[in-house]
Design a protein around this ligand. Structure first.
Ligand code: XMP
Length: 501
């Protein structure tokens, strides 16, 4: 087992996921867990994650006292990533300071020593990595050596081979560090000598067991099917576990938002509010469905299945029931953050430890057809998070539906659909001046967004041929009434997110 101590980085669970992709079992627990909790997992290696804190802040999270001694005695390997490296340096007697230059984004680093973690590299080897930090290590603890530096000369990797303590200032887990996985693979298999044995078949068996242990033999479960990847795989999995005691309902959320138009208009001002309202609407539909089932079956369903994924939980922190606090909420995904406190149904979330690509793998094992598995992700709150500002503005939803359809159809016609993680249009809350026919217009602006990604945690914008963009923009302005300008979003995640709200 590789245990990850979470210090709040949005990439922490990506480390877990990357390590699992090497078929190594990895678990993530809070970075402030007690020594007893840490040791109870009996890990071969511990990774200290990155985080938004500075080691100098009051109450910055850290590992428990006795951790270093335990690691030394037990032959445990410890790797600190970003904030994790700074924690190691500071706690073992070195010095961390606010760097002269903050390092964000792609950087080149150079191997200074081919010791442990870079044992498979030569001195002078360069690689591009993804940095995201303000503080830096300026004096290392006794026995530590610098094994790589950034192009600005800052410490990029350190180690104390004898103590089995290692540190990387960059994030090897993100795809923007192209050689990061090689480094993790080499570190875990060759340096730590952990063994592989984790795969989707195991997860499937385990989840089915959890569902059977949770849902009593007489109990019933409901599930909202959207036709997307997550709810389809979640429902198939739960059906495999409990058969016909699963009842599915399809919620047409587009229609729902329309119906609820006046009621929610005033509160639809901020994106977080949008998500919460939509989450609440879903739940009241489930309650009504549960009531109907009660009449039919003679008893109420007890559970609700949701296709919540790991990124939903991470980016909506604090995860419900985790007891954690987090001041760095990115977005409260509606199926996580928007649930009302008085919801009567208990939740079953069999995919909540998985990333999208893992869910697709699981779906393949469950024989879910490609027509579902290959669909682009679509957010639970639907088009509401793609109409910026007031959803009820004019005929924004209608315009957006038409633009989206043209864009997606063009992508399919060009044979690009499967190479793109997600593509969609965004309705902007502004008008711009144009000239259509012989008339000046003052019409809407729409943005096109297409990204590539492995799991939605990080993303790059997709490079379309100019001719393709020209055709699409022309078609949109010619056929969608009310649009006179089309722009393309060319930012990656980070710094942007995939959706605009
Ligand atoms: P962001 O915009 O956070 O999106 O970079 C990452 C992935 O999550 C989807 N997304 C959502 N899914 N409820 C959902 O079920 C939401 O509120 C939500 N917001 C974003 C997004 O489409 C992308 O695939």
């Amino acid at each position: 087992l590789v245990l990850i101590l979470d210090y709040g980085s949005q990439y922490t669970h990506l480390i877990t996921r990357r390590i699992r992709s090497l078929n190594i079992f990895s678990l993530c627990i809070s970075g402030t867990s007690s020594l007893e909790t840490i040791t109870s997992h009996n890990p071969k290696a511990v990774i200290l994650s990155g985080g938004p804190h500075s080691v100098h802040s009051v109450n910055s999270p850290t590992f428990p006292s006795g951790f270093v001694e335990w690691a030394q005695k037990g032959g445990i390997f410890v790797l600190g990533i970003c904030y994790g490296l700074q924690l190691i340096v500071q706690r073992l007697g070195g010095l961390v300071e606010v760097g002269e230059e903050q390092e964000y984004g792609r950087m080149e680093i150079e191997v200074a020593k081919n010791l442990g973690i870079f044992g498979n590299k030569k001195v002078g080897d360069k690689q591009v990595v993804w940095m995201s930090h303000g503080d830096e290590a300026v004096k290392l603890p006794d026995g530590f050596e610098v094994v790589a530096r950034s192009q600005q000369g800052a410490v990029a990797a350190v180690e104390n081979r004898e103590m089995r303590f290692f540190g990387l200032q960059y994030h090897p887990e993100v795809t923007h560090s192209p050689e990061g996985m090689d480094t993790l693979r080499y570190f875990l298999f060759d340096v730590c000598e952990v063994s592989a044995g984790w795969n989707m078949e195991n997860i499937l068996d385990e989840e089915i067991k959890v569902i059977n242990d949770t849902v009593g033999p007489e109990e019933h479960v409901i599930c909202a099917l959207s036709g997307g990847v997550d709810s389809t795989v979640a429902a198939t999995l739960v059906h495999k576990a409990i058969g016909d005691r699963l009842h599915c309902v399809f919620v047409d959320n587009g229609l729902l938002r329309y119906k609820e138009r006046e009621r929610v208009m005033e509160t639809f001002e901020n994106p977080e509010m949008k998500r919460k309202i939509i989450g609440k609407e879903f739940i009241s539909i489930f309650d009504a469905f549960a009531h109907e089932l009660e009449k039919k079956l003679g008893r109420k369903p007890t559970y609700l299945v949701q296709g919540t994924l790991y990124p939903d939980v991470i980016e909506s922190c604090p995860p419900p029931g985790s007891g954690k606090t987090c001041s760095h909420t990115i977005k409260s995904h509606h199926n996580v953050g928007g649930l009302p406190k008085d919801m009567k149904l208990k939740l079953i979330e069999p995919l909540k430890l998985l990333f999208k690509d893992e869910v697709r793998q699981l779906g393949r094992i469950l024989n879910v057809p490609d027509a579902f598995l290959k669909r682009h992700p679509f957010p639970g709150p639907g088009l509401a998070v793609r109409v910026l500002g007031d959803v009820t503005e004019g005929n924004a939803l209608d315009i957006l539906r038409q633009v989206d359809e043209i864009f997606i159809q063009a992508i399919k016609d060009a044979g690009l659909y499967d190479s793109i993680w997600q593509a969609f249009a965004v309705f902007l809350p502004i008008r711009s001046v144009g000239v259509q026919g012989d008339q000046r217009t003052h019409s809407h602006v729409v943005a096109l967004r297409a990204v590539t990604s492995q799991d939605g945690m990080t993303a790059d914008w997709y490079y379309f041929e100019h001719k393709f963009l020209d055709d699409v923009a022309r078609k949109i302005c010619n056929s969608v009434r009310g649009v006179n300008r089309v722009v393309q979003d060319i930012t990656s995640k980070p710094p942007s997110t995939i959706e605009w709200e």
